[in-house]
Write a protein that binds this ligand. Structure first.
Ligand code: SF4
Length: 441
């Protein structure tokens, strides 16, 4: 049972020393009860109190980690319902389904391109996370399942989800990846004891599935009593509205009611791109895609990246002087901020135009041009400092910089900061930069 803020307060030192970052022990206790801080932030809690507080300090959704050959996929440990309340921490693992009934060569031909698939989005490398070997077509023997798992392993070292309700088939699959930490899918009302024994024996995480939330909660308690802690929930709904409702109810019960029996990450088996997008947003920890195709993987990876980016920490690039299309000292110097999307918008436009330029990226604390200017983080002083710090006078001979059109107002001040330099005002939008460079520079 979760402790209230007052109950937690009684277990704290009550000295109000403020070392935890809060003005009083009571304020800290309230935040701890709301799962918004870690108990370790107070260095003075006694061991006896720590034991009593352990349940309250535990994350409301258990962290489950799948491992293989140096790869890891983590899900859980989330503390909010909505991203804007704080942030989401562990991106859902994206797995590609492989039919275990297929021939080994067919499996390898499917797995290899998905394993190799990688894309770059605003400077971040994005990849899929693993494969789900599926014996649920019914015609798969233990030997066939083990052979299918081994075929996947020959083409990829990424973590696995093993899918079968038959404990004998599952045992064969697990033996094929002994020493790894895969995800066993799934324990149900019929097979849970055998599946729990297998998961414990192979140190695997275990999916628990049932038709209702009551049955699901009852089953997780039974499996946990058998010594399996790393559980994942499959609430069985496969349609868009049903899965959204159940996923939201489970998340809400875990976070708001601290209902431990449902405090585990979820797995989803979307059959359409829309269902996959919904699962990423609400609230799957593992998503098994029916097939691999780059045009499906890319938008899902980008969506996941955007949802799991901390809204309070913009994606940034390193400030500096970047070369585009191998510029010479006489090529123009364009100025922008270090907000990742701003940087890539400008860099991509110039690069694809084939024109050579220097791109001076100023430290604006990761904000876009107008936001940074309004916040006082992108001004003439910072730009002049960047010109000197990153060696623009040594690397170029033009004595000219081009400001983004949105901050034309800075041109007069910048002339004062950089005497003898010509300050030009470029277009407002990145898409217009190539035309501006051809016509005006
Ligand atoms: S660090 Fe501990 S003792 Fe000090 S104010 Fe915070 S909760 Fe109280």
């Amino acid at each position: 049972m979760a402790l209230s803020g007052i109950q937690i307060y009684k277990l704290l030192p009550q000295t109000n020393c403020k070392e935890c970052g809060f003005p009083t022990c009571l304020a800290f206790a309230m935040k701890l009860a709301a799962k918004q801080v870690e108990l370790s932030a107070c260095p003075y809690v006694s061991d006896e109190s720590k034991a009593k507080l352990a349940e309250s300090a535990a994350p409301p959704i258990r962290l489950v980690t799948l491992k293989s050959n140096g790869y890891e996929v983590k899900a859980g440990n989330e503390v909010v319902l909505f991203r804007h309340e704080k942030t989401f921490y562990h991106k859902p693992g994206l797995f590609v389904r492989v039919d275990a009934a297929s021939a080994a060569e067919e499996i390898k031909a499917l797995v290899a391109p998905a394993d190799a698939y990688a894309t770059n989005y605003v400077g971040i490398d994005l990849k899929l996370d693993g494969f789900a070997v599926d014996a649920s077509s019914g015609a798969v023997t233990p030997e066939k399942f083990a052979a299918a798992v081994s075929a996947v392993r020959e083409a990829s070292h990424m973590p696995l989800v093993l899918i079968s309700r038959d404990p004998a088939v599952m045992a064969a699959g697990l033996r094929a990846v002994d020493g790894e930490h895969p995800l066993v899918n799934a324990a149900d009302a019929e097979n849970w004891e055998a599946m729990a024994a297998l998961a414990r024996q192979h140190q695997a995480a275990l999916v628990v599935t049932a038709g209702t939330l009551d049955e699901l909660a009852e089953l997780t308690e039974k499996v946990k009593a058998k010594g399996v802690e790393d559980l994942v929930l499959d609430p069985s709904a496969r349609d868009l509205s049903g899965s959204l409702i159940l996923s939201t109810q489970i998340r809400r019960l875990a976070l708001k009611k601290n209902f431990k029996a449902l405090g585990y990450p979820l797995i989803a088996f979307p059959k359409t791109p829309a269902a996959a997008a919904q699962a990423i947003a609400k609230y799957a920890g593992f998503v098994v895609l029916d097939r691999f195709a780059p045009e499906l993987a890319y938008p899902l990876l980008v969506l996941r990246q955007n949802i799991y980016t901390d809204p309070q920490k913009p994606i940034q690039v390193q400030p500096g002087l970047y070369e585009i299309n191998n510029p010479s000292p006489s090529d123009p110097v364009l100025v922008t901020t270090n907000f990742s999307i701003t940087y890539f918008s400008v860099a991509n436009e110039v690069e694809s135009s084939g024109l050579a330029a220097w791109l001076l990226v100023t430290d604006a604390e990761g904000m876009s041009v107008l936001t940074a200017w309004a916040a006082g983080k992108f001004d003439s002083e910072r730009i002049a400092k960047a010109v000197k710090t990153f060696g623009v006078p040594e690397k170029t001979n033009r004595k000219q910089v081009v400001l983004p059109g949105h901050v034309a107002v800075l041109s007069g001040e910048l002339e004062g900061e950089l005497p003898g330099w010509e300050i030009r005002v470029g277009p407002r939008e990145a898409v217009d930069i190539p035309k501006f460079m051809k016509q005006a520079l």
